[in-house]
Write a protein that binds this ligand. Structure first.
Ligand SMILES: Cc1cc2nc3c(=O)[nH]c(=O)nc-3n(C[C@H](O)[C@H](O)[C@H](O)COP(=O)(O)OP(=O)(O)OC[C@H]3O[C@@H](n4cnc5c(N)ncnc54)[C@H](O)[C@@H]3O)c2cc1C
Length: 422
């Protein structure tokens, strides 16, 4: 783009931010603090806080929240103090001091949303396409409305309309395994589960599979003992034929890479619970069998080869989707937003130079995090590969190494209590 963005302007630069989830909100906060007129356009008309579940917390995510002007209180996260390997017979195979901080999606989203001016957060606006010319960028919405700005940020998630416009064909790719997830109320746990499993995360390695489980807040993000829940995510290899069956409902309709929980076929749930009782450590098998409504998703990942297209920048999940093993989707989006604001500021008004710098930095970060998530899932992915394609190291997993490597590289999956505001 040839526009000379260094010319002094009488008006503030305007950023159109498409998507008002965690990534879009961080970007909007940071740009407004840097003097931009930043406006969010969100497709959903309802309250996003009604959705979501557990979310991995990092020290970096809290740093970004503080930068957005928010206080970091103890109630934003819960803590497990160690990680254990649970053997097939249900004993502790090893325990390490690898602790984790977790939270819930809504706990992070709500303060970001509450601190953002309502008149700059427009709901019920679905972007259809983007146009660019010498004067900047125009967002065109499905109802025909148009908005003009100096910069457009695509924070519209993994199925991004904007990425599909600029990078058709870059889509989430199925990794060859699926995940069953579920939650059981603390009071409904089988006998002995509390002493063995609470205050710890547990890693279990049934043949060719992986279960990660840990305590999480209860309904309404209740963190009081007795009111919490126990969460599990059970990764199981599934080839394309098996996945097609799992994600098709009883009426024969296929739902692609995920399926609304109530539409999961009851016979598949019964089969999964039976397999849990036979193949998991007894206490974990019993917990899985007690999960009232399991969720099912295909594990996918995605990387965009480019993040900037003229005055359009991809941010968060629209650019890179890592597998859940790294537990860092919200942190990645927040750090993208911080890096974008820094790059624009360093470029002293030259928006194109700022965007080029942002892309250089964040492509490298996105690639690294997706690569690590593939490494952590290689053991699961290898189970269905032909023998010639298997790497011996991928076929077996040492629990201690797995626990040490789990999570995102270069991020701190824990929060120093001394840094909390109260
Ligand atoms: C409601 C919700 C609940 C979530 N819950 C969890 C959770 O429990 N655990 C977890 O690990 N991750 C969760 N995620 C994903 C996690 O938040 C993301 O990894 C993280 O927020 C970074 O993603 P993002 O902000 O880039 O995109 P996303 O969080 O996916 O948000 C994209 C936003 O863009 C909006 N949008 C999409 N298309 C358009 C369009 N054409 N026009 C306008 N707006 C559009 C969507 O409505 C959405 O609000 C959740 C996301 C959402 C939206």
């Amino acid at each position: 783009m040839n526009t000379d963005s260094r010319e002094p302007k009488a008006r503030r630069n305007r950023a159109l931010i498409i998507g008002g989830s965690i990534g879009g909100l961080f970007a909007a906060h940071f740009l407004r603090r840097a003097g931009w007129d930043a406006v969010i356009f969100e497709r959903s008309a309802g309250d996003l806080a009604d959705r979501g579940a557990g979310l991995g917390i990092t020290a970096e995510l809290f740093q970004m929240m503080r930068r957005a002007g928010l206080k970091i209180s103890r109630s934003l996260a819960f803590h497990v103090h160690s990680s254990i390997w649970l053997t097939q017979t249900g004993e502790i195979g090893c325990e390490t001091d690898r602790g984790w901080h977790g939270s819930a999606w809504a706990i992070i989203y709500k303060p970001l949303r509450a601190a953002f001016p309502s008149d700059a957060y427009r709901t019920g606006m679905t972007l259809e396409r983007v146009e660019q010319d010498e004067s900047g960028v125009t967002a065109i919405f499905t109802d025909g409305r148009r908005e003009h700005g100096d910069l457009l940020i695509a924070a519209d998630g993994v199925y991004s309309t904007i990425r599909r416009q600029f990078l058709p064909g870059i889509e989430p790719r199925a990794a060859g395994y699926i995940a069953w997830r579920g939650l059981v109320d603390e009071k409904n746990l089988p006998e002995g589960a509390y002493d063995l499993l609470f205050d710890r995360s547990a890693f279990t390695l049934p043949e060719g599979e992986l279960v990660v489980s840990l305590p999480v807040p209860g309904p309404e993000n209740d963190m009081r003992p007795g009111h919490r829940r126990y969460y599990f995510i059970w990764y199981r290899p599934a080839d394309a034929t098996r996945r097609a069956a799992l994600f098709t409902d009883a009426s024969g309709r296929s739902h692609g890479l995920t399926i609304p929980p109530p539409l999961i076929r009851p016979d598949f749930i019964a089969e999964m619970k039976e397999a849990a009782k036979k193949g998991l450590p007894p206490i974990l098998g019993e917990i899985v069998a007690r999960a009232p409504q399991p969720l099912l998703q295909s594990i996918t990942d995605m990387e965009a080869p480019q993040m900037v297209f003229g005055r359009v920048a991809l941010l968060g999940d629209s650019a890179f989707l890592a597998r859940p093993h790294v537990a860092a989707g919200a942190t990645k989006a927040a750090l993208d937003a911080g890096a974008l604001a820094d790059a624009l500021e360093a470029a002293e008004g030259d928006i194109d130079a700022g965007l080029a710098r942002y892309e250089r930095e964040r492509l490298a970060f996105g690639r690294a995090i997706v690569a690590h998530s593939r490494h952590l899932g290689a053991y699961l992915e290898a189970q269905l590969k032909p023998p010639a394609e298997r790497n011996a190291a991928e076929m077996t997993r040492d629990p201690r190494t797995l626990i040490a490597e789990y999570g995102a590289p270069h991020l701190v999956h824990g929060v120093d209590p001394a840094t909390l505001d109260g």
